[in-house]
Design a binder for this molecule. Structure first.
Ligand code: HEC
Length: 154
């Protein structure tokens, strides 16, 4: 009995240490808690949603290339840090668990999104409306590509 109990405590202790180090590895120095990281990424995604809508519904029509460049730069900056906001274990209603089985693919899709957003910013800078509109559509396709694989529509 005593031996069993000792084994039990040893295992429990090991398990705890493992869980603690796993948590430290997942969150790094970054976000101490999962709720905060989920809340933050949703906030960034909402901003991208408003930005891309404004591009199609307002800025393109108005020929406001400065606004498009600013919005595209915000989306690119967010896309560059997107994978960091999906640490392992940060489950949410909107995020498919397959993200954490395909982290390289998820990061590649975020990188494609960032590249498309940078391209849009560059096109907006030229003031060429047709090229800017095409770049905005191409950017939208990279959002959709990731959503089809990794986002649950609520
Ligand atoms: C690499 C993958 C990926 C890319 C690229 C991506 N998204 Fe998402 N998006 C997600 C995931 C995953 C969620 C769900 C996040 C959650 O609920 O925790 C999401 C959620 C959202 C939401 C819902 C936020 C809410 O209200 O809950 C919006 C809006 C959104 N994305 C817009 C965009 C736009 C616009 C782009 C492109 C400019 C984009 N996303 C690019 C993966 C991606």
């Amino acid at each position: 009995m005593t031996i069993h109990r000792q084994i039990f405590y040893a295992l429990a202790a090991t398990g705890m240490v493992f869980a603690m180090s796993a948590q430290a590895a997942h969150h790094g120095n970054y976000e101490p808690n999962v709720d905060a990281v989920v809340e933050k990424r949703i906030e960034y995604f909402k901003a991208s949603g408003s930005d891309i809508q404004a591009i199609f519904k307002v800025h393109l029509g108005a020929g406001d290339f400065d606004a498009i460049e600013a919005a595209a730069t915000r989306m690119a900056d967010w896309a560059n840090k997107m994978p960091v906001y999906f640490p392992e274990g940060s489950k949410s209603e909107g995020a498919k668990p397959s993200i954490w089985q395909n982290q390289d693919d998820f990061s590649n899709k975020a990188a494609a999104n960032a590249a498309a957003a940078r391209h849009l910013a560059a096109m907006a800078k030229t003031g060429d409306k047709a090229k800017t509109a095409q770049a905005a559509k191409d950017l939208g396709a990279t959002c959709k590509s990731c959503h089809q694989s990794y986002r649950n529509k609520k």
